[in-house]
Design a protein around this ligand. Sequence first.
Ligand code: GLU
Length: 414
Amino acid sequence: MPEQTNPFAIARQQLHAVADKLKLSAAMIGFLSEPEALHVFTVPFARDDGRIEVVTGIRAQHSFARGPAKGGIRFHPDVTIDEVKALSMWMTWKCAVVDIPYGGGKGGLVIDYKALSQGEKERLTRAFARRLTKVIGPDFDIPAPDVNTGPQEMMWIADEYGHFVGHPEPAVITGKPVDCGGSLGRGSATGRGLVFCVERYFENHGMSLKGKTVAVQGFGNAGQYAARLIAGLGASVVAISDSQGGVFHDKGISVGAAIDHKTRTGQVAGLDGRAISNAELLELDVDILIPAALENQITGSNAGRVKARLIAEAANGPTTPEADQILFARGVTVIPDILANAGGVTVSYFEWVQNRQRYYWTEEDVNSRLREIMRRSLDQVERMAAEHKCHWREAAYLLAVARVAGALRVTRDL
Ligand code: GLU
């Protein structure tokens, strides 16, 4: 993979870009440039036809400086060790931006998970969980959902972990079903947190969201909730897409109908409107662009053609450093992933706290605490960007890396 699109090369580049301003020592940079621990497993599982297939499973624990490692698990055929390492580093910064007491972790299975039967999914997830049990724990590393995983997968993993330690231990993983110790509001948290950020941004700039046009690339959990909630504030979602393509409608798309259609048919194609590609969606003449799919969508080759004035990243790593420079020079504001999509891990933190307290909060409580954290974090990043005259990603890094390095300076000689 070329350096410009290798997520781990990008993650290191982003870290190194703030090293001078933060006066990080060479030892500190070296320490933060790699995960503290990396686990690679062979995971055998039985296919429905009786064949045993062996899949690669990965868990990277980038940092324990501010608390246990925390971060999701994705099941996707394009997962690589470098991608998981990058995502684990991004989790460290994300938890630090919103100031929750975790380090960063990430996991993955290299598999076309969507193509498996339900039985295969369960056998594979449980087999991976049996590998993971040795390296995770409620005080050590707490996984969560990510691309193609959700409450069901979390529960299979929690169940295997419970068998391993001999008692139920819901705090080992977050994003569980509400009936099994999950938190109210966790399902919508990533999209909701992003919309809280966008709302606050508009407020800070004395502007209204009413009638603003929005394009959402990716229609999984984060994209669906972001679209639904931003439409609820009066914005008009004019384009959505998924891995199979997208649709544009200048009068606006009914997000509720789009979610029903996607749930029924597995895709957004077929909805009323003009069929468009993912690449076209990114260049539409809209006010707000929400990339909610995978990495490397806005790059040096298309950033010059992005027309939105505000990009809010629901996905992790959708914009390359080259694109960041181009967008910054063109006056486009990017609310970076480590801030914009931090609502998910923030409510994961709430879930973990509730699990440990054995005391559960109302949905209103969850949402209002989330709102407070997202608004405060957005304000801090915005102030930092103004102070340093830099783009918001750099500002978020300045805030986050300073917090992590601060913790490391106290505990280690770095
Ligand atoms: N996978 C999500 C993320 O990238 C959530 C992580 C979590 O809840 O721990 O932020």
